[in-house]
Ligand binder design. Structure first.
Ligand code: UD1
Length: 309
């Protein structure tokens, strides 16, 4: 079968959630080689993230007719629209479910019977508290939040639609993504929060003892994984980890952010987060094998590139 072409201006690419943090970087990387349409209602995505050459379909993903029509027009679909906060999913599971789960079915149904590839943004949250590290794709999946369960179900729908109906769906399981355009806020990723605190000279708030670890992956590497997943022959039907394969403690992270921003902020320890995962690091062997993926940024270089200026 002819593979998705990413080097012809006739290729129609749809990026659902394309005004958001990760989706807008994918859009930027494709505008020169394809016709890029962004589907986004700008609720958390921002119009200033949009490249001038993309077309915007401004609508909610909870509009199945509009979403179906958009997918049917596309040769390649990236689906990144989501309610992204684990905490918020615990506070409001119904909104989270309707946002993170129902649309993937609409998208996969719309792709049925076509050779449109769907690259879905899944998450390391599907694994829950790790039983061993590094976490490979066969690791038990016991999510401890509605968010994790929604991502797991959507990830499994991708595999099932591939197995049952030959839909070219791939799920990429992101670990902790950071980089430009990530917004700081109560529900945001820790690096963007530390960055704001360090720049303002406010205390950098490490939750708990700071010994917990994460695998932080730069958004440019996440873009790389998406582009590879869009074309790799044997990717469909798989759920694939996207991280770096190395971990850092949150305390070390706080110190690295303070240093990269030349900040005098004090590092303080506050209450640990309830249910926080102790250790998280990806085994990225499958991404290397199936996608030819190789992360370009290890954490200290990535922080320097993002924060040092
Ligand atoms: C993150 C993602 C989630 C994704 C998951 C995959 C965010 C907001 N969440 O969850 O979507 O599915 O990774 O593994 O990006 N912390 C502090 N101080 C702060 C804020 C956080 O010490 O001010 C600590 C937290 O307690 C935690 C760590 O930093 O131990 C990471 O927190 P966070 O960035 O919220 O990400 P995850 O909970 O890992």
């Amino acid at each position: 079968m002819e593979r998705t072409k990413l080097n012809s201006s006739g290729t129609e690419v749809l990026i659902i959630g394309g005004a958001g943090f990760i989706g807008s970087h994918i859009a930027d990387s494709l505008v020169d080689n394809a016709n890029v349409t962004v589907y986004d209602n700008l609720s958390t995505g921002r119009s200033e993230n949009l490249h001038p050459d993309v077309s915007l379909l401004n609508d909610t993903i909870r509009n199945p007719e509009r979403l179906t029509g958009a997918v049917e027009q596309a040769d390649l679909v990236f689906h990144l629209a989501a309610q992204v906060s684990v905490q918020r999913s615990i506070e409001g599971p119904i909104f989270s479910h309707e946002t993170n789960l129902d649309p993937i079915l609409t998208i996969l149904e719309a792709a049925r019977g076509s050779d449109t590839r769907v690259v879905f943004a899944s998450s390391a949250a599907i694994y829950g508290e790790p039983e061993y590290t590094p976490i490979d794709e066969d690791h038990p999946k016991e999510p401890n939040s509605p968010y994790g369960l929604e991502k797991l179900t959507a990830d499994q729908y991708c595999r099932l639609y591939h197995d049952l109906y030959d839909v070219e769906a791939v799920a990429l399981r992101y670990f902790n993504v950071y980089g430009p355009r990530q917004q700081a806020g109560d529900y945001s990723g820790v690096i963007s929060i530390f960055r704001e605190q360090a720049r303002a000279g406010d205390p950098i708030t490490v939750e708990g003892d700071g010994a917990q670890t994460r695998d932080f992956v730069h958004v440019d590497d996440v873009v790389q994984a998406n582009l590879l997943a869009a074309t790799a022959e044997d990717a469909p039907g798989n759920g694939i980890n996207v991280g770096t394969g190395t971990e850092i403690t949150i305390r070390e992270l706080a110190e690295a952010v303070r240093q990269a921003t030349n900040s005098d902020s004090e590092i303080v320890h506050v209450e640990p987060r309830e249910g926080d995962i102790k250790e998280s690091v990806a085994d990225i062997s499958l991404a290397r094998k199936e996608l030819g993926y190789e992360p370009k940024y290890e954490i200290y270089d990535g922080i320097e590139a993002y924060l040092g200026e």
